[in-house]
Design a binder for this molecule. Structure first.
Ligand code: DQA
Length: 145
């Protein structure tokens, strides 16, 4: 079994992008942390794209392969109805989709206070750095919550 860990725009620059907000570790370090957390129970398929169409196609892939999703939609969080509709396909198919954020968007600019994704997500974890992804994985690996 695997888990898709999907990352939206600009998250490929983690490590050098606004380290005061996002920390100094990159996606490679995130993948290593998640792989350690999974402890061989699931494989971690971590991907990043700046392309909305590609991110949507990965959500279709999750549906078609019945794979749970951890999604950091990054800036798409705040305005992409296309991504929201694709995320709804995942949860309507009965698959978990956990929205994660490294920062706490509610503690930042007003435009970040709205998520068009949350309403169709299974749950949301934000504000714990890379720990947000680890907590999402723990949630996925914990039957019954
Ligand atoms: C983010 C928060 C978003 O507001 C922002 O656009 C990002 C990253 C986070 O992980 O904290 O790119 O999703």
């Amino acid at each position: 079994a695997s888990v898709l860990v999907l990352n939206g725009p600009n998250l490929g620059r983690l490590g050098s992008r606004e380290p005061d907000v996002y920390g100094s570790q990159d996606l490679g370090a995130l993948e290593a942390a998640l792989t350690a957390e999974a402890a061989g129970r699931v494989s971690i398929d971590l991907r990043q794209t700046n392309d909305e169409a590609e991110l949507i196609s990965w959500l279709y892939e999750a549906v078609d392969t019945a794979t749970p999703v951890i999604l950091n939609p990054a800036a798409f969080t705040h305005y992409s109805y296309g991504l929201r509709d694709a995320a709804a396909l995942v949860t309507k198919a009965g698959l978990p989709l956990i929205e994660v954020h490294i920062s706490n968007p509610h503690a930042r600019e007003t435009f970040r206070h709205t998520s068009v994704i949350s309403g169709v997500a299974t749950g949301v974890i934000a504000g714990f750095g890379f720990g947000s992804y680890r907590l999402a994985l723990v949630a996925l690996l914990t039957p019954g919550g």
